[in-house]
Design a protein around this ligand. Structure first.
Ligand code: ZN
Length: 487
């Protein structure tokens, strides 16, 4: 039985429990096709973030070796008929939470991702006790080596005790060129001078700083007022985390980026106001990048009026229709760079636990398996965004920002053969029983979607086909990444 966690402490606590879950992970008896076998994907339509074209794709030794029309199969090649299918780069999800008290480890998280056409996932490495960031990454690397099936990147979690010198060693030693700071932590304000020095050093070292933009004092004030009025139930969750807190935090984060010259990446942007602040900063030439999250595209705050409101708890909360419209417009125009899941797996009964309040609750939703089908159906099929934008926000832009491009994030000769074969016409109803996540349910169950991943290749291996994940735990890799460069 899990207990509700105080939200502002939840993330670092999660990470410390990761190692224990590792011991519980089972391995799959199924083995994937060997990576050395040639695979010829024939007759499909290749889609990248830039263009669409009909072509065959030859894969050998884990890599895309040829793209062209009328390619002949080599001896012993597996030929895959992709007639009527899209051939798209595997998804890159740079915002995932695995391990700890949640229900997904690297194995089940990978399975959910691969079944949803995502081949690179991520996690956060928080130092436990006196650990350095590099030691925290080393600790996670060992677990990834045993559990992961998808490829993985790690973001070092900055704490008030992080030393600036760690930035210079981070990229070089660990190959993990991103960090995250949390403006939502009670410890943030006192640590701002240290955070700014760390951010400046990160900028010089080519490391991207991710920022959770919610201003703690404004949240604390809203929570105190609601508590005084005895409005602590989750019905008031959206009121407990006002847009103002996100807007102010984005303004401060932009100011920190401007003062230090360092690039920032705002995670899970949820409101039109916050998006406007970040967009204005970009218009002034600052290196400011924007991520949003599926729940803000598909739900609005009315969900908190219903009895199953606990299912929708995430930080920041669901907003108004105008906010949702602004995020869709941002994806279409390019001012939203990345759609990432902020995947956190809790079981339905945990999310609906009636003891939760505005100040103590399980934040986050399981999203890895359906983020791309939902975006394709609601975005591409409904005519809001192009297929190229779909690829850009679910794969290419994250690969560029997190130092993986062009190894990941595109279909090109020399790139890893991380490929999803996508049926643009397949209509499915999302169902709990098809979910690989340990959450055991999807908040989107019952939604009918058009566009579905039918096969996923990771580094040239068919790792997902016919509803089954074919590769075993430990076949995923912790990827070494390049230093951040302006994309
Ligand atoms: Zn998160």
């Amino acid at each position: 039985m899990l207990f509700a966690m105080i939200f502002r402490r939840s993330v670092p606590m999660l990470r410390r429990h990761c190692v224990f879950l590792a011991a519980l992970a089972a391995t799959s008896p199924l083995e994937a096709v060997t990576a050395t076998q040639e695979i010829l994907i024939r007759g499909g339509t290749v889609v990248t973030s830039e263009r669409r074209f009909d072509a065959d794709v030859r894969v050998r030794d884990g890599t895309i070796v040829e793209i062209g029309t009328g390619l002949a199969a080599g001896a012993g090649a597996r030929v895959i008929d992709a007639t009527g299918l899209r051939v798209m780069p595997g998804g890159v999800d740079p915002h995932v939470h695995l391990g700890g008290r949640t229900r997904d480890d690297y194995r089940t998280g990978s399975q959910a991702a691969l079944a949803g056409g995502i081949t690179t996932i991520s996690n956060f490495a928080f130092p436990a006790g006196e650990q350095t960031l590099a030691e925290a990454i080393e600790r996670e690397a060992a677990v990834i080596g045993e559990q992961a099936i998808a490829d993985v990147i790690l973001h070092a979690g900055i704490t008030p005790g992080t030393e600036q010198a760690e930035m210079t060693t981070l990229g070089g030693e660990t190959g993990q060129t991103s960090t995250k700071i949390f403006m939502v932590w009670t410890t943030f304000d006192a640590a701002v001078p240290n955070h700014m020095a760390t951010m400046a050093e990160a900028g010089r070292a080519g490391i991207l700083t991710m920022v959770h933009c919610e201003d703690w004092p404004i949240l604390a004030h809203a929570i105190a007022e609601l508590t005084a009025a005895e409005r602590t139930s989750l019905e008031y969750f959206p009121d407990s985390r006002p847009v103002l807190a996100e807007v102010v935090a984005c303004q401060r984060a932009v100011a920190m980026a401007e003062a230090t010259g360092a690039p920032i990446y705002a995670v899970h942007v949820s409101s039109a106001g916050a998006l406007r602040v970040l967009q204005e900063a970009r218009d002034r030439g600052l290196s400011v990048f924007v991520e949003t999250r599926p729940i803000y595209l598909h739900f609005t705050r009315e969900r908190f009026e219903g009895p199953d409101r606990g299912l929708y708890v995430g930080q920041p909360p669901l907003r108004e229709q105008a906010d949702q419209d602004a995020l869709w417009a941002g994806i279409a125009s390019g001012s939203v760079h990345v759609l990432a899941t902020d995947h956190v797996a809790y079981r339905r009964e945990e999310k609906l636990d009636p003891s939760q309040t505005i100040s103590s609750h399980r934040a986050g939703l399981s999203n890895l398996q359906v983020v791309r089908p939902m975006l394709y159906s609601e975005g591409v099929v409904r005519g809001r965004i192009s297929e190229e934008r779909f690829v850009a926000v679910t794969s290419t832009n994250a690969a560029r920002l997190f130092g993986l491009y062009p190894r990941k994030g595109t279909i090109a000769v020399g790139s890893d053969a991380d490929i999803v074969l996508w049926d643009p016409n397949e209509t499915r109803t999302i169902r709990d029983e098809d979910m690989f996540s340990g959450a055991g349910f999807s908040v989107y169950s019952g939604w009918e979607v058009t566009g579905w991943p039918v096969m996923t290749l990771r580094r040239g291996e068919v790792v997902y086909e016919n509803g089954e994940v074919l590769a075993g735990a430990g076949s995923g890799e912790l990827l070494r990444r390049g230093r951040w460069r302006a994309p």
